[in-house]
Design a protein around this ligand. Structure first.
Ligand SMILES: [Fe+2]
Ligand SMILES: [Fe+2]
Length: 184
């Protein structure tokens, strides 16, 4: 079920900072990045977003392919930033054995992620196809930066499927288990 956390992303929610403001108004937790997207991952998303925005302004088939990719990529990024990536902000605290009492708000996110995972993987298939079209056009037209971006985006999606999504699910499981053992 999509949209269970903050609703479907609208055009005003294209950027992570906007999402945080819309979804967690005045939340100290998010401001402190305790339950926030880890900086390294947030920066990677922002960088891909910025480089793709540049590529969409190119003329020719590369620009056309970049615009088509941006259409499928942006709603996906927004949803990832709502439910798949913030749980990873708890990894370091969990590894150090910090108390889970302040971490329970991650549970609805992880439940939504579990439910939406097949759909998010399907979106990766569409993103991969659009990214391959960008790579082909960029190589043909000698657009080295766009070709490099396409290669990095393919690696990014693989990393998410193999590491980040499963890690986010495990964060939820561990928080639930530790919360249950602390209360029992
Ligand atoms: Fe992503
Ligand atoms: Fe993704």
């Amino acid at each position: 079920m999509r949209g269970s956390m903050c609703g479907q992303p609208g055009p005003e929610q294209q950027l992570p900072a906007r999402f945080i403001a819309v979804c967690h108004p005045g939340s100290d937790v998010v401001r402190d990045h305790v339950l926030g997207i880890p900086t390294a991952i947030r920066q990677e998303h922002e960088e891909i977003h910025a480089r793709l925005a540049l590529a969409t302004k190119l003329a020719g088939r590369t620009g056309e392919a970049a615009r088509a990719l941006a259409e499928v990529l942006h709603p996906h990024f927004v949803r990832e930033e709502q439910i798949a990536l913030p749980p990873l902000g708890l990894l370091a605290g969990l590894a150090k054995g910090e108390p889970v009492a302040g971490m329970l708000e991650v549970l609805p996110m992880v439940d939504a992620l579990r439910a939406e995972l097949p759909h998010m993987i399907e979106e990766h298939r569409a993103i991969t196809a659009a990214t391959r079209r960008l790579a082909g056009a960029a190589e043909l037209e000698g657009q080295a930066a766009a070709a490099q971006l396409a290669a990095e985006l393919l690696a990014h999606a693989g990393m998410e499927e193999q590491v980040m999504y499963p890690a986010a699910v495990l964060v939820g499981e561990l928080v639930r288990l530790r919360a249950a053992s602390a209360s029992g």
